[in-house]
Ligand binder design. Structure first.
Ligand code: NAD
Length: 488
């Protein structure tokens, strides 16, 4: 695919502009290892300043964006969703070039999340009304939900458009202005969004895109004229972002970080259902999803049966791994050489250290590209890194348990708390477990799934704050209390 000029530019104030900073990044196709572009710009201090200036002008009192009526703002968000939908195959092809996920199922699904977010939050624009309290004591009270101003969205590479929907849609619906900083590994779909934002009718400075790497993210996170940073990525970077935010202007932070989500399968579970959710929850996007079902615990009574069925479904996935552009491929390579080397290194280390039994997989696939055969490790050591750490690749650890108490303790003995799943026919046990899991989301007879209307995010080191639902609107607004004295 020949890339047009704007893929090497920044989108500031409704114009594609040349990056002042001269540093360029390269991106590669993980299916082949071939160079896609060596002209990806890295927005530097001057570029970030100019986007932040445009954003503040767009948010200034009396600006076109601030004067808009609710129906006018809604119309833009709905139109943007329609435009994303009309362009979904094109946008997915841009992401696929450097992420490697086939269009079906993941490429389409991650864009559907973005489209759904813009529609969901467009519906909220005229409904996020604030509160009022009667003048029982002579003071009438109004609580307004006021937008924060300039929001920076710093996102990872694994769901480049879904992440835009999760952040930009609620931020804009609440009346903020938004600067997107995509990952340096998957910048192309983000670069295409500028044209679509103009078509949707966003006024200049309301939706901007700064391509770049961690240095660009750090400039935004530490900028004195940015009011909020919404970050999705690794735990280490999330902590660094919060420090930058605190050391600058104490800008508000939402952090969506990593996970090592447990799926707990009891003897009485519907086996086919449990296997289907657990296998899909691990292999989707080649294991590169934050809420992957990467730690599976199976009760001893069905352990052998489950392992046999899980392994069969897992090996069936092997036959749909291939060229992301081929019609029969459902799974592609991992995102790049660094990720490939990291995952293969973790697998090799676990083998060498005897950290568990490698039941199947873990081999490189094909002669070119960064393909990994999904791997199952069983009976893993509790202190092994493969058991404790997020791998963010197609590797699962499966262990046996006896009792509910034991499995709850093991599930919660993790620094992560993004998602957990329980598979059982016993509703009392399911609800008991849902209360006891230390995680932001719990699936009963399902895992690794989210819904627009419900908050999504993690406890412990999986994050801070929530996305989705009304919670995201709260995270992009500051409540302001107005007290009206009726006593004089
Ligand atoms: P990453 O932390 O390396 O990078 C994320 C983003 O931060 C990128 O845009 C990067 O350029 C930027 N960045 C890097 N250093 C920065 C700094 N010092 N200051 C500001 N920005 C900086 O993460 P990644 O490898 O892109 O993504 C994988 C991670 O994301 C995994 O841990 C995964 O679990 C997590 N993730 C979480 C969720 C969730 O919702 N909880 C969703 C998807 C991915």
């Amino acid at each position: 695919m020949e890339l047009e000029a704007h893929f090497a530019q920044l989108f500031i104030n409704n114009c594609y502009v040349t990056c002042v900073n001269q540093t360029k990044l390269s991106v590669f196709n993980p299916a082949t290892g071939d160079l896609v572009s060596d002209q990806i710009p890295v927005a530097g201090p001057d570029d970030v300043d100019s986007a932040v200036r445009a954003a503040n002008a767009a948010f200034a009192a009396g600006s076109e964006w601030r004067r808009m009526t609710f129906p006018e703002r809604q119309k833009i968000l709905f139109r943007f969703a329609d435009i994303l939908e009309a362009n979904q195959e094109y946008l997915a092809s841009l992401t696929r070039l450097t992420l490697g996920a086939p269009y079906l199922p993941f490429g389409q699904a991650e864009i559907a999340t973005a489209i759904g977010c813009f529609r969901y939050y467009a519906g909220w624009v005229d409904k996020f009304a604030g509160q009022s309290f009667p003048a029982d004591d002579g003071f009438y009270k109004i609580v307004r939900n006021e937008p924060l101003g300039v929001v920076a969205g710093i996102i990872p590479w694994n769901g480049p458009l879904a992440s835009v929907g999760l952040k930009a849609a609620p931020a804009l619906a609440a009346g903020n202005v938004f600067i997107l900083k995509p990952s340096e590994k998957t910048p192309l779909a983000a670069a295409a969004l500028g044209k679509l934002a103009i078509e949707a009718g966003f006024p200049p400075g309301v939706f901007q895109v700064l391509l770049g790497d961690g240095s660009t993210g750090a400039l935004l996170a530490s900028h004195m004229d940015v009011n909020k940073v919404s970050f999705t990525g690794s735990v280490a970077t999330g902590k660094a972002v919060q420090v930058l935010a605190a050391k600058s202007n104490l800008k508000r932070c939402t952090l969506e970080l990593g996970g090592k989500s447990p799926a707990v399968v009891f003897n009485d579970a519907d086996l086919a259902n449990a296997v289907q959710w657990c296998v899909n929850g691990l292999t989707t996007n080649s294991g590169q999803i934050c809420f992957a079902a990467s730690r599976v615990y199976v009760q001893e009574g069905i352990y052998d049966t489950f392992i046999a069925a899980y392994r069969a479904a897992f090996e069936a996935k092997r036959s749909v791994i291939g060229d992301p552009d081929a019609a029969n491929s459902q799974l592609g390579p991992v995102v790049d050489k660094a990720q490939y080397d990291r995952i293969m290194g973790i697998i090799e280390n676990a083998k060498q250290e005897d950290d568990g039994t490698l039941l199947v997989g873990g081999q490189p696939l094909f002669s070119k590209g960064y393909y990994i055969e999904p791997a199952i490790f069983t009976d893993t050591k509790h202190d092994a890194s493969i058991y404790k750490e997020e791998i963010f690749g197609p590797v699962v650890v499966i262990n046996k348990f006896k009792t509910e108490e034991e499995v709850l303790a093991r599930s919660n003995a993790s620094k992560y708390g993004l998602m957990a799943g329980v598979f059982t026919q016993d509703i009392n046990r399911a609800l008991r477990m849902s209360s006891s899991f230390d995680s932001g989301v719990v699936g009963i007879n399902c895992i690794s799934t989210i819904h627009f209307s419900c908050p999504f995010g993690g406890t412990k080191e999986s994050g801070l704050g929530r996305e989705m639902g009304v919670n995201a609107l709260m995270a992009y607004t500051e409540p302001k209390t107005v007290l009206i004295n009726l006593n004089y």
